[in-house]
Write a protein that binds this ligand. Structure first.
Ligand code: HEC
Ligand code: HEC
Length: 243
């Protein structure tokens, strides 16, 4: 059986991001199973080897290769491209957000450049199982605090007043509440929190209540923050929380 037929396949040009050598080794190591098949079938399988619909589904760790460029191998994020820390977010929240990006409920608004950078990557996940697998992997990465502050001029003291109504859903120390679909805020960088509050207020996130009911719920809260100073203050308060 013509083994060379498989070799070019591991180039996987259809994948959006470069694949590290480890992934290629993994795929090559599954070849002995496939070389027993008739060559046409084997070639078809090999050509679609990048889609987990054939053979063993890609693990969460393998799927995460597509995220590393922006969110970092540790999931701590990269402020230069506005990619937030995702490490240690709860699995239910990561899954929910990936589904929103996939459907366009998040990341499709023309004024949401960072969201539009994220959206194609969410769509590269072949199916719901891979969304679950990558979300589980990311949720287990250790969540880090102490991101370099980027937003100046907020008062944590004033912010604690603005944060009072947020406690119901996000918790007194920003730990989140799955029963209310509210994610943890502790450990998210200040520039990201600021940008999200602005997006909620402007309706760039959560602006369509039918497509994004939980985003719309949050939007109703965000609009109670009277001005940019209040956003900075509440974020300064959130930055006092330990992840
Ligand atoms: C091209 C860069 C890029 C890649 C690759 C990328 N992301 Fe993102 N991601 C972003 C940006 C930018 C945001 C912030 C979007 C926003 O501001 O709303 C984001 C946001 C997210 C969020 C929302 C975090 C929150 O607190 O709501 C999750 C979850 C996420 N990404 C997961 C992933 C996963 C999983 C992958 C791999 C399948 C991935 N991302 C690949 C750029 C990227
Ligand atoms: C009624 C419950 C509720 C209250 C009160 C609430 N939130 Fe939220 N918040 C949510 C939900 C639900 C989400 C997730 C939205 C989604 O699914 O996209 C969210 C998301 C967020 C996010 C985005 C987090 C991320 O990782 O992208 C920020 C920032 C945030 N809330 C800040 C606040 C602040 C600050 C307050 C107080 C002014 C507040 N929230 C009050 C429910 C609430």
């Amino acid at each position: 059986m013509a083994l060379p037929a498989f070799i070019p396949v591991s180039g996987e040009d259809s994948r959006p991001l470069t694949e590290p050598a480890t992934k290629r080794r993994h795929e090559i190591s599954t070849m002995p199973v496939r070389i027993h098949l008739p060559s046409a079938t084997a070639l078809a399988l090999a050509l679609s080897a990048c889609g987990p619909t054939t053979g063993a589904p890609a693990s969460g760790e393998e799927l995460y290769d597509a995220c590393e460029n922006c969110h970092g191998s540790d999931g701590a994020g990269n402020p230069d491209i506005e990619a937030p820390q995702i490490a240690g977010l709860p699995q239910w929240y990561i899954e929910a957000q990936l589904h929103k990006f996939r459907s366009g409920a998040r990341g499709a608004h023309p004024d949401d450049a960072p969201g539009m950078r994220m959206r194609p990557l969410s769509m590269s996940m072949p199916n719901d199982e891979s969304v679950t697998a990558v979300a589980r992997y990311v949720s287990r990465l250790p969540r880090q605090g102490n991101h370099e502050p980027k937003v100046a001029g907020g008062s944590a003291t004033r912010g604690s007043g603005y944060y009072a109504p947020c406690v119901t859903c996000h918790g007194a120390s920003g730990q989140g509440n799955p029963a209310l679909n509210a994610p943890p805020l502790a450990g998210s960088p200040d520039w990201y929190l600021t940008a999200q509050l602005r997006k909620f207020i402007d309706g760039v996130r959560g602006g369509d209540a039918a497509a994004d009911p939980t985003g719309a719920q949050m939007r109703a809260m965000a609009v109670t923050l009277p001005n940019d100073q209040a956003i900075k203050d509440v974020v300064a308060h959130i930055m006092t929380f330990e992840p």
